[in-house]
Design a protein around this ligand. Sequence first.
Ligand SMILES: *Cc1c(COP(=O)(O)O)cnc(C)c1O
Length: 465
Amino acid sequence: MSRNPLRNIPSVNELLESPPLRRLVDRISHNVVVSTVRNVLDEVRSEVQHAATDMTLPSVSELADRVARRISEAELPPLRPVINATGILLHTNLGRAPLAEEALAEISAVARDYASLEIDLASGRRSRRVVAVEGLLVQLTGAEAALVVNNNSAATMIALAAVAAGREVIVSRGELVEIGGSFRLPDVMAASGAVLREVGTTNKTRASDYQAAINERTAALMLVHPSNYAVVGFTESASLAELVEIGRKHRLPVIHDVGSGAMFDFSQFGFPGEPAAPQSIQTGADLVLFSGDKLLGGPQCGILVGRRSIIEQISKHPLARALRVGKLTLAALSATLRLHRDPERARRAIPLLHLLTTSVENLENRAKRLAPQIAAAPAVAAAEAIASTTFFGGGSLPTQEIATWCVAVQPNEMSVDRLATALRLGTPAVMGRIQQGRLLLDLRSVMPRQDQELVAALGGVTGGS
Ligand SMILES: *Cc1c(COP(=O)(O)O)cnc(C)c1O
């Protein structure tokens, strides 16, 4: 090389003088533009140094474009709305349950202004923050008292710490669950300071096994719903009623982690086997734990309902403040719970329940209407409506298939992975599922108001992206 190509790279000032970047300085900030220009120039310098042969340097206007694109990507919020066309209704990676309009309105009302979070407006005195929803939880579940924390993992952690630190909790070997990687019951138990006393075997645990394990160090009996798996075949487990009987005899509390937090019996929708929180209280559980964003269809939170003395003991534990929820969560939860007072209203207004109970005919009609519209997109070679099955996800009803209809999309001149990526990066982002070389857009988890957005998203995919 006779001359040094690094000398021909434009300076920071040259780039800043280019009209698109001058506009960005005015619109966003001088600092943001300067630091992005520096990063881009550093990259070019390193490209030049590592290039095997002489490379043509990008022009000032190409570099300015690169900087502008980088800045506008960084301006996008990292958390973006997604059209969930995976068919999985409670997709943990997609934030589980979408919220009802009523919940959104309540969040927005208390978010903008100060709120009566810990004030009793009638007396003007300080009150506890969960009072806002405690009454509703008590009314819906039949429990004496309630507490709300950050999620069900937090509910489990604080319950064990407050009730059983330094003492034993008896759990069946068949129920030592792992929920999504970082929640493993034995680890949560260890972190809480409670001592796990496993009884029975993986497939069989009898009431007599719990009975035989009770000693002077026992603090509680715990039953954990196998939310995301099923033990089938030669199996046996103790019922809640049996544990309640043993607990009463030995004056030990029975903790029931029901997981999904159904407020009513889901067998009416054709999905049996999910314990409902009110039934658990009625059967005599002393403390019932569940998530707010699973079958309840509300915001992420963990709900504890049960005996007043136990809830009070838990509320006084130092972790209670560390794990408490803010006004936005309480507002969304309170609106969701108010909808649950009337099961038919809940079914219509809570998106999760609405999606779950949408008729197969409705999905079929929509899939058949959308398929030709989607097939007309330039990036699409063919699209057809097909019947399929999906699952709840999010650790609920693991073995129960849900009937659905999808639009199966075959891309034009690009791989199906490439099409899936382009859709994920669109606005709004769209997530489908790939099956046998096609991208399935499953309408079970798509709200009807999103149908046309789906068509537009496919129409917006360009071959080069
Ligand atoms: C989902 C689940 C949890 C964890 O709840 P998060 O709200 O995700 O923290 C704990 N126990 C059971 C049985 C569950 O199903």
